[in-house]
Design a protein around this ligand. Structure first.
Ligand code: NAD
Length: 276
C-alpha cells in the first residue's frame, strides 16, 4: 500500500512512514534497507553514529530507484558540533552514503552543556543554501532549544525527531511544533518493541481490527500526524510495518491509546545528555 507524503515548511515532501536503521550493523544494513525498499519504503533514517551510512547508501544504489524517489535522512553526531567541524562531518557522511545530497540533515542531540547547537545550525544553513541538504532540522530538541534557534538563526527547522510512542506522548513538544510549523517525527515509535506491544489495550485493539499490535501503534502515530520510522531487520516485520494504510482506528481506540501515556523515557533526557 502507498505511503502518503507530508509537506514540510520549506515545500519539500517527505513520506510519512520511513525505515529506521539504528543498531543495524553496516554489513547487515544493505540487506535490511534493500528489503525495505522492495517492500515500498521510500524514506530511510540513518545517522553518522549508527555506522551504517555505507551499507545504507549501497542498498539505495543497488535498488536501481531514481535518486529523487528515495528520501534519505542522516544526522550529525555530538562530537562534531561546531561550525567547521559540522561542514567536515557532513562531507564525510555524504562520502559514506555515496550521495551528492541528502534530503534531510539533523542535529542529533542539542547538547545544551556544550552550547554549540546554534553555530552548528548555522553550518546546516550553509549546507542547505548550497543545496546539499534539501531540508534541515533537529532531533531531541526541547522547546527551549527550539526557541533559541528560532531567535538566533533564519531557517526554521522542518522537523524535530523525538522519542515518542503511546507511553511517552510528548504533548508539550507536539503543541510547540504545531505552533511553529515544525513536523513531529517519532523515534522508537514502537517503544523499541518492549512492553508497549504487549499492553492489554494495544492487544485488544489489534484483535478488534484483526491487525498486529505494531500496526495499531503505527496507525495511532499516523492519525496524530506524526512521521514514523519503525525499525526491524526481520523481512516479515519490515513488510508488516508498512502495511498500515488500509485500516483506521476509531475515536474509542485513539482514546484508549491516549490513556497509556506514562511520560517515561526509554532513551536519554535531552536536557542533560552530553555524551559525545
Ligand atoms: P522502534 O520503536 O522502531 O522498535 C524497533 C524494535 O521493535 C525492533 O528492533 C524489534 O525488536 C521490534 N519490532 C519492530 N517491528 C515489530 C513488529 N512488527 N512486531 C513486533 N516487534 C517489532 O525502535 P528504534 O529502532 O529505537 O526506533 C526507530 C528508529 O528511530 C531507529 O532505527 C532510528 O532510525 C531512530 N532513532 C533515533 C534516535 C534519535 O536520537 N534521533 C534514537 C533512537 C532511534
Amino acid at each position: 500500500s502507498k505511503v502518503p507524503s507530508i509537506t514540510l515548511n520549506n515545500g519539500v515532501s517527505m513520506p510519512q512512514l520511513g525505515f529506521g536503521v539504528w543498531q543495524v550493523p553496516d554489513d547487515e544494513a544493505a540487506k535490511a534497507v534493500g528489503t525495505a525498499l522492495e517492500a515500498g519504503y521510500r524514506s530511510i533514517d540513518t545517522a553518522a553514529i549508527y555506522e551504517n551510512e555505507k551499507g545504507t547508501g549501497q542498498a539505495i544504489a543497488a535498488s536501481g530507484l531514481p535518486r529523487e524517489e528515495v528520501f534519505v535522512t542522516t544526522k550529525l553526531w555530538n562530537s562534531e558540533q561546531g561550525f567547521d567541524s559540522t561542514l567536515r562531518a557532513f562531507d564525510d557522511s555524504l562520502a559514506r552514503l555515496g550521495l551528492d545530497y541528502v534530503d534531510l540533515y539533523l542535529i542529533h542531540w542539542p547538547l545544551p552543556s556544550k552550547d554549540a547547537y546554534v553555530d552548528t545550525y548555522k553550518a546546516f544553513e550553509k549546507i542547505y543554501a548550497d543545496g546539499r541538504a534539501k531540508a534541515i532540522g533537529v532531533s531531541n530538541f526541547l522547546p527551549e532549544h527550539l526557541e533559541r534557534l528560532l531567535g538566533e538563526t533564519s531557517v526554521v527547522p522542518v522537523l524535530n525527531q523525538i522519542e515518542l510512542h503511546p507511553q511517552l506522548q510528548q504533548a508539550e513538544s507536539r503543541a510547540f511544533h504545531a505552533r511553529h510549523d515544525i513536523v513531529t517525527e517519532a523515534w522508537s515509535p514502537l517503544g523499541q518493541g518492549k512492553g508497549l506491544l504487549e499492553a492489554p489495550a494495544v492487544v485488544a485493539i489489534a484483535r478488534k481490527h484483526d491487525r498486529t499490535p505494531a500496526q495499531v501503534v503505527l496507525r495511532w502515530h499516523l492519525q496524530l500526524g506524526n512521521v514514523v520510522i519503525p525499525k526491524s531487520v526481520t523481512p516479515s516485520r519490515i513488510r508488516e510495518n508498512i502495511d498500515v494504510f488500509d485500516f483506521e482506528l476509531d475515536t474509542d481506540d485513539m482514546a484508549a491509546l491516549a490513556a497509556l501515556d506514562e511520560g517515561k523515557r526509554l532513551g536519554p533526557d535531552p536536557a542533560t545528555f552530553d555524551y559525545a
